[in-house]
Design a protein around this ligand. Structure first.
Ligand SMILES: *Cc1c(COP(=O)(O)O)cnc(C)c1O
Length: 206
């Protein structure tokens, strides 16, 4: 189980405080904000990108990002591949799935993802590696609904691993669970939880 400390909207000194107490893995959801923080903080931090990523912003994070949790189209994956190639890197990515019942969340539907993973376009990409999937549960107090959504995500992971990854162990991550629902996510097989509010307090939006 990996804990991603979601530091979006929190200051460099807040992150530094978590760093000196030993934490090394942080997540951000804006490319520019992430780049700025990367430049001001120690180099042994592992940075994860967890937000909606626009293709023209990939270049800001491509040199150093450890994992992009939020790939939601072939177009984006191709754009990440292109920037990774320029940096002579392989960038690890998760496919984000649409599991919530809210319109505002991004992500693949399972059929779409399977089609992509079986396409020549996908197989021609040499500078990305898909190491799992990610999803966000609905914003709800209905714990059964949240549990069902996480079960669905885990099911997608199993189906894709079997069908498209030939049981390859590199395809191992299920990134699910935030401050409000991480316990359920862990019970349902999460390998990475993304926690902001519980670690840093409420975010203040300017
Ligand atoms: C903000 C955010 C989180 C953390 O949310 P908290 O409720 O503060 O723990 C996790 N995942 C994503 C994708 C986020 O945007």
């Amino acid at each position: 189980m990996k804990l991603i400390a979601v530091s979006k909207n929190h200051s460099v000194s807040d992150i530094m405080q978590a760093y000196v107490s030993g934490h090394r893995v942080f997540g951000e959801n804006k490319a520019r904000e992430l780049e700025l923080k990367y430049n001001q903080l120690p180099r042994d931090i592992e940075w994860h990108f967890i937000g909606h990523l626009q293709t023209n912003k990939i270049k800001y994070i491509a040199p150093f990002v450890t994992l992009i949790h939020s790939v939601d189209s072939l177009n984006l994956l191709q754009a990440v591949n292109k920037e990774a190639l320029k940096m002579n890197r392989t960038i690890d990515c998760l496919l984000q799935f649409y599991i919530a019942t809210e319109e505002t969340k991004f992500g693949f539907y399972i059929d779409e993802a399977m089609d992509m993973l079986q396409s020549d376009d996908y197989h021609s990409l040499r500078n990305i590696r898909i190491t799992g999937i990610m999803g966000m549960g609905s914003f709800t107090n209905d714990v059964q609904r949240t549990r069902d959504e996480f079960k669905m995500l885990r099911h997608y992971h199993t189906v894709i691993k079997t069908t498209c990854f030939n049981e390859n162990h590199e395809f191992k991550h299920i990134s699910m669970g935030m401050s409000g629902d991480f316990q359920i996510a862990i019970e349902e097989g999460s390998t990475m939880v993304r926690i902001g509010t519980l670690l840093f307090g409420e975010r203040i939006y300017p």
